[in-house]
Design a protein around this ligand. Sequence first.
Ligand code: F0G
Length: 468
Amino acid sequence: MSVTKTEFAYQHCISPDCSATCGINEALTACPRCGGLLDVAYEWNRLPVPASLREFESRWANRRNPLDFSGVWRFRELLPFAPDDKVVTIGEGQTILQQSDAVGRYAGMNASRMYLQYEGLNPSGSFKDNGMTAAATHACLVGANTAACASTGNTSASLAIFASTTQQFRVIVFVGSGTISYGKLSQALDYGSTTIQILGDFDDALLRVREVCDEQGIYLCNSVNPFRLEGQKAIIYRVLEGLGWECPDWIVVPGGNLGNSSAFGKALLELQQLGLVDRLPRLAIINATGANTLFQLYSQQQLRWNEGRVDAGTIDRFYEEMDASGRRASTLASAIQINRPVNLVKSLRSLEICDGVVREVSDQEILDAKAQVGAGGFGCEPASGASVAGAKLLRREGVISPDDRVVCILTGHGLKDSNATVEYHSPQAEQDQNESGAHGAELRPYANRPIVVENSLDAIMDVLRNID
Ligand code: F0G
């Protein structure tokens, strides 16, 4: 395949009533004309695009070239905004698509129909590295020496690891207080980034980091940065690669700030327009019940993409009511505890492209699904469990049929939030629940309790004899 030509890339406002365009050398997180969201767009007809996705397979044998090794840049003709010698990569995207009958059974699927895409296997332990390699590349292209983000923990870990490993720029991360898991906070600290913990939640931190970046000319790496989402398109390419370039029937993904779902829709639409896939999967975005802005707006208030003319009044009224009633997102899946998802409008576009659905699942359903992923696979963090819980719900509703091929995106590694895991399995949690009148076995039906044994061989053998 020929080299990437970057002069045919530009930034483009997604609103059809604006459609402003800007060069790729500008660091923007909103349309300078209307304030809307931006896409990275390409003049595809002037670019070397492969005739078939199979052409990418020639790169599997060339793993010594960091671009061919990367699970993002080996698809570089599909995100051609950077010259090869300017790409910043840390070997992201070596992830696995695992077929899991155990998790499939739990969700009510027939054998060999459930697949789990383990994005927790990225260097920083979450899917964010797919996007951060693209954002870091763009940051360096525009000559940024400082980058920042707000985060529920994974974006900050990802940005921090790119800064520590590449030493190309300085990083300031903004996190909220109280809910960020220690695993994620420890990463930002360990990788040496300046870490500002705001006395507020993620939405507060995002608001502040945007102000700081505007004032100081700092490069912002949240998913309002359209280059980040270009990298996250690669998750879709790898899912297709894992399925021998066939399309699944469903892709199920947790919804937080809605960057992933937005990137997925863009990736799939582009593949269709380029004639590289002949059909598209359906998309299911799963909110936690305690952080369900998209579910409320899409499934209850019927907010739609509407060819890019999204009803802003419905969104404004929703947020006004949220603020007036003092309602704030609250879920044990802290990664997706978000009130105002910044990519809401782009995610509506994805739902339109992929005939999508949105559901909400409770923390109980999330934690049970997470326990099943642990017992039947490599494990995941709570937010990722939402995708399996969502697939189970859609199966129960008959929206997903038992023979559909379903890919659940597991966005973060199980060790990201080991507190949540220990809490679920620990006898102490059961005791606390019993004391508060709740029935522990029901609340933690898949708990795998540690067995406490006296320090003697006889006692241990006694216990082992009673285990079937
Ligand atoms: N799963 C995990 C593990 C996440 O960390 C996030 C988002 C999501 C799902 C939601 O993805 O925002 O693309 O809809 N985490 C962000 C962060 C907000 O700051 O790390 P989304």
